[in-house]
Write a protein that binds this ligand. Structure first.
Ligand code: HEM
Length: 432
């Protein structure tokens, strides 16, 4: 039997990671070597393989997923998240995913519509004052606070207010005030677990069940054993959901507003879509009716600036990808940021054009050409939650304001665990 050759790649050794240096290297190498290339590692025992071919992504994430675990990309994150859904593997992951999934059922997410509405109404009220005074707002910081507030309220309900009252402030705010995601940050974040344990203990003692994620996860029972989730696992899941659900959504909205500010045609179309949405039957606070264009704007922003811009898998056994031999142990890098710019799938990829997400265009495209939420069984569990939150925000805010940006274009991007803007974006608000 003839064995396939190894994929091409540069002679120099590199350790790919979620950082700016790796981002520019990946961009350069994809132009030189195409959609499958290999990098010898500097300090690791395994080589890295970057795959940008949609059929290979389908294979790794879906059809041959049992040959792949999460790999190197998750090792750094594990310190922060513990063994929650994002980082766990095998039996533990599949049991936990089964237990957590019902908390993200569409019906449950619908029950959060009112709290998402309230949080955005509060933001709009604050912004109205700034708009009237002709002041600009720190969009990045305000969106970070909004997204944190929404995920914490969905999780802890009114216990969050009790915690804030008792502590004289929100202890979780360090997620918005600190931007580094290094070891000292991880230690401070993990120290917050005692607040969560206290909330769990109080609910047990008072036998209190609320309509929030905490109660949903406390009440869930394993279908085989009938057992509740152990506290350690519950804690890791809650901490994971806070981190995974906060910064991703805030970054996506941050980039969305920047892109809209640069594309007046799309902005005008969005305004018409929102006007049409308001006239639809059943419109209002509890309505889930969203004009397709509002979603398309977000999908297109997630294409150009996917917060999860790079993630990994590790091959357990040998495989063949892009026609090349993949030895067991290879770290496979999946880069939505580059995938979403492949001219094989995207015409003029740098252009912001939400109509790429019209149903006929989506049907005509390879399903694995677009992976902002990944795909397959480890698909983002919070995708529906995030889209509900973001469509609500965009609909409500764009109805009231235009956001004007006059900083450097494009704003410098920071390629870390998430793809964020390097500096906070400031926007001038124009009341509509
Ligand atoms: C725009 C917003 C979001 C984006 C772009 C995003 C993106 C992603 C991506 C790319 C993955 C797969 C990572 C990998 O396979 O290594 C993922 C997984 C995950 N996401 Fe999200 N996410 C978003 C919002 C959320 C929200 C709101 C939550 C929860 C409240 C959440 C919770 C999770 C969890 C728990 C996983 C791990 C799922 C598993 O492996 O079973 N995400 N997300």
């Amino acid at each position: 039997m003839v064995q396939e050759a190894l994929a091409p790649g540069p002679p120099q050794r590199h350790d790919l990671d979620a950082n700016d240096e790796s981002a520019s290297l990946l961009l350069d190498l994809s132009q030189r070597y195409g959609d499958t290339f290999r990098l010898a590692s500097q300090s690791r025992s395994n080589d890295s393989l970057v795959i940008l071919n949609a059929d290979d992504l389908h294979r790794v994430l879906q059809t041959h997923r049992s040959n792949y675990i999460k790999g190197i990309g998750i090792e750094r994150v594990r310190v922060l998240l513990g063994n929650g859904l994002m980082a766990s593997e095998g039996e533990l992951w599949s049991r936990q995913r089964r237990l957590v999934q019902p908390a993200f059922h569409t019906q449950v997410i619908r029950s959060f519509t009112a709290l998402m509405h309230r949080a955005n109404a509060g933001l709009i009220e604050r912004w109205s004052g700034h708009a009237a005074r002709g002041e600009s707002v720190n969009l990045t910081r305000d969106l970070s606070e909004l997204a944190l507030n929404i995920v914490l309220r969905a999780m802890f309900g009114t216990d969050l207010d009790r915690l804030i009252d008792a502590k004289g402030g929100n202890p979780f705010e360090l997620l918005t005030s600190e931007s580094r995601r290094d070891l000292p940050f991880a230690a401070k974040f993990r120290a917050l677990t005692h607040h969560v344990l206290a909330m769990i203990a109080a609910r047990r003692k008072e036998q209190r069940i609320e309509m929030d994620l905490l109660s949903t996860l406390m009440e869930v029972r394993d279908r085989d054993s009938g057992e509740a989730m152990p506290d350690r696992a519950l804690l890791d899941e809650l901490m994971t959901l806070i981190v995974a659900g906060h910064e991703t959504t805030a970054s996506a909205l941050n980039w969305t507003w920047y892109l809209l500010s640069q594309n007046p045609e799309a902005e005008a179309r969005l305004h018409s879509a929102i006007a049409a949405q308001a006239q639809a039957p059943m419109a209002g606070e509890e309505s889930s009716a969203t004009h397709p264009y509002v979603e398309q704007v977000l999908q297109e922003a997630l294409r150009l600036y996917p917060p999860g811009w790079l993630f990994t898998r590790r091959a357990l056994g040998d495989d063949v990808l892009g026609g090349f031999h993949v030895p067991a142990g290879t770290d496979v890098f999946i880069c939505p940021y580059l995938l979403h710019r492949q001219t094989a799938h995207w015409h003029q990829p740098e252009a912001f054009d939400p109509l790429r997400f019209e149903p006929a265009a989506v049907d005509a495209r390879h399903r694995f050409a677009y992976l902002p939420f990944s795909a397959g069984p480890r698909y983002c569990i919070g995708a529906t939650f995030a889209m509900a939150e973001m469509t609500m925000h965009l609909g409500m805010v764009a109805d009231r304001f235009r956001l004007q940006y006059d900083g450097p274009t494009p704003p410098a991007a920071e390629f870390q665990v998430n793809l964020r803007s390097r500096h906070d974006l400031h926007m001038r608000l124009v009341a509509r």
